[in-house]
Ligand binder design. Structure first.
Ligand SMILES: [Mn+2]
Length: 332
């Protein structure tokens, strides 16, 4: 705990000292990555700093309601931003935010804040807390550390951004990372004015016709393997074309099979134009971040993923099945 406070205080001092900032989360930003990027952008602007924030390549429709989105650069790097401080959020290595080397190398301070299990300490300041439910939880702790007497707390809009990160990374407070601290931070953000109703409506109770049709196709194609301990869904380019859908419109599908008693690992294998991408979920007995790592990916114990180029979707499915088999074969 003492270490955590010291580490966050050092980061706060660096934020106070910096004048021009560049902030980015990881590519294909999720609610945590984008929520933290927006909250920090707003906070630093309140402190009178110049901020260039970046999200790439695009922002999903379910996150477009987040306040402050118009202030950040989506998909296109701002023209040669001259900055002294870079803040990378949710990036387990310095490439996760995209091709940012030109920006990273010219800054004197590189701050890395992350909660992934495996994360490089590539920053000049690093705060990696794999016990934190989300980067949003860490960012809230950072606010609390901002001033011993009168900490600067999130505005209602910043609270909405951070609560979105917390709620998406904990799966609405049901995953195993739903700790007492996660709930404390959630409670504090609600008290500060996070728009819980809007977040729930947009993220959890909104799906397009196409997404629901694609979900139907995916469930139809679900296969059970290895004594029903492994569920595999393969979506081909043809499946996407049938409904005019994109591989991005598959949110939530990979979690469905884990509702079936006995399923330890669920995989959604997507054939994309230039690669095969895989999402993995675990009921908890298997650490799927390890499986993803063997294919060059990463993530969390219960939710991970990877991408493969140069192989067909069926080749990737076969390779993955072998690795999953080794992981689940001794589970009763
Ligand atoms: Mn996260």
């Amino acid at each position: 705990m003492k270490n955590r406070e010291e580490s966050l205080q050092k980061i706060w001092e660096a934020l106070r000292a910096g004048k021009k900032f560049f902030i980015a989360g990881h590519l294909n930003p999720d609610g945590d990555s984008l929520g933290c990027t927006l909250a920090m952008t707003s906070l630093l602007e309140r402190l009178g700093k110049t901020v260039y924030a970046y999200a790439a390549p695009a922002v999903g429709n379910d996150l477009k309601f987040l306040p402050g989105l118009s202030k950040i650069h989506v998909g296109i790097l701002p023209q040669q931003p001259v900055v002294d401080t870079v803040l990378l959020l949710e990036c387990s290595d310095r490439q996760r935010g995209g091709d940012l080397e030109s920006v990273l190398t010219q800054a004197t301070t590189l701050i890395n804040i992350d909660h992934h299990l495996v994360s490089d300490a590539y920053g000049t300041l690093n705060h990696i807390d794999s016990k934190a439910s989300s980067t949003a939880e860490i960012i809230f702790q950072l606010y609390e550390q901002s001033d011993a007497e009168q900490p600067l707390l999130p505005t209602p809009d910043e609270a909405t951004c951070l609560y979105t990160g917390l709620v998406t990374d904990t799966g609405r407070f049901v995953h195993s990372n739903t700790t007492a601290e996660a709930l404390r931070v959630g409670s504090a953000l609600v008290a500060l004015g996070a728009n819980v109703d809007k977040i729930n409506q947009v993220i959890y109770f909104t799906k397009s016709y196409i997404e629901l049709k694609l979900l139907g196709r995916a469930l139809e194609k679900m296969e059970m393997r290895f004594d029903n301990k492994y569920s595999q869904i393969i979506l081909t380019q043809r499946d996407f074309e049938t409904f005019g859908a994109t591989p991005a419109q598959t949110q939530g599908i990979v979690s469905q099979p884990t509702m079936i008693p006995g399923v330890e690992v669920s995989a959604l294998i997507k054939e994309e134009p230039d690669k095969v991408s895989v999402n993995l979920r675990s009921r908890g007995g298997i650490d799927v971040s390890r499986i993803a790592q063997t294919f060059g990916g990463g993530g969390h114990a219960r939710a991970s993923g990877f991408k493969i180029t140069g192989k067909t979707v069926n080749e990737v499915a076969d390779d993955l099945a072998k690795t999953v088999y080794d992981a689940v074969k001794d589970i009763r």
